[in-house]
Structures are given as C-alpha cells and as structure tokens.
Design a protein around this ligand. Structure first.
Ligand code: SF4
Ligand code: SF4
Length: 145
C-alpha cells in the first residue's frame, strides 16, 4: 500500500491572491517548451524575447534561463492584477503548488501553505492529477546554457 501523504488527494484552489507572482524575488525557469509557447504567444524572435524578458542564472556548473522581475519584484508579466501570459505561462507556474519539494511530506506541504492561501482549501486534487504534474515536471527539458 502507498504511504503517500496525498494518497487521498490534497485541497487546492487558487484564490488569485497573486502572492506567488509578486513582491518577492525568485526564479521562473523556462523549458524549451515554455520558450516555444511564449515565442508563439508574442510572435517575436527568441533573441528579442530573451533580451526583453529573461535573465541567465548561474546554477554552478550550468546556467538556466529565467524570467526577469520588475524593480518591485513583481514578475515581469504581472500587470493590472493578472498574468499577461496566462494561457502561455511556464510549466513551473502552471504546476504550482504541486512541486516535488512541497510534496515530500505533509510538513513541507503545510510549510508552503503558509504563503499560499489556496493550499489546504477548496476542491480536492486527486493523486492522479498530482502525480501527473510531477510527471510533466520530470519530463520537461529545461533550458541549459
Ligand atoms: S499564492 Fe496560491 S492562492 Fe495565491 S495566486 Fe499563487 S497559487 Fe493562487
Ligand atoms: S508568468 Fe504569470 S503565473 Fe508565472 S510568475 Fe509570472 S505572472 Fe505569475
């Protein structure tokens, strides 16, 4: 029998409070699929997109591409209360909060829930959905420079 703490699913419903998109510095790493989707969305070239919206992050050994932030630490694409690229937003954003570190155990999940009011509230996301997010993140190839 599985001993996953989310065997019976987890409550999550985004309240659209925007905390995960604003006010704090952080990285939104882009995969090759993310970048392709965003280039389609904006209909611009890779060079222009990277120059306008991205920064290179040294991970020690390799480098990754992340979205930039505004001077107030809002994500570059957060504007007037919405994500301007919602339909094309990166997998990192779409899969939140079903990220491996937060799914390690109940304590990790509850610790993250202190900064996300949608966690432990609202409808149940079943184990299959949670595992599907984990699977997608595992398979996703992130841009390495
Ligand atoms: S912090 Fe949680 S509830 Fe708030 S916008 Fe992000 S995912 Fe939604
Ligand atoms: S891309 Fe959109 S969903 Fe992701 S952090 Fe920026 S504003 Fe939020």
């Amino acid at each position: 029998m599985s001993d996953l703490f989310y065997e019976n699913g987890l409550h999550f419903e985004c309240t659209q409070c925007s905390k995960c998109c604003r006010h704090e510095t952080g990285y939104v790493f882009l995969s090759y699929n993310d970048l392709d989707r965003l280039l389609d969305f904006f209909s611009i070239s890779k060079d222009i997109f990277v120059e306008k919206y991205c920064r290179i992050v040294d991970m020690g050994g390799h480098k990754r591409l992340s979205l930039i932030e505004k001077t107030n630490y809002d994500c570059i694409f957060w504007s007037n209360g919405v994500c301007e690229i919602y339909k094309a937003r990166p997998l990192q954003c779409r899969s939140y909060p079903f990220w491996k570190p937060f799914l390690a155990d109940r304590e990790s999940w509850n610790a993250e829930a202190e900064s996300c009011p949608g966690m432990n509230h609202g409808s149940i996301r079943d184990k299959a959905e949670i595992k599907e997010w984990l699977r997608q993140r595992d398979l996703e190839e992130y841009i390495s420079l």
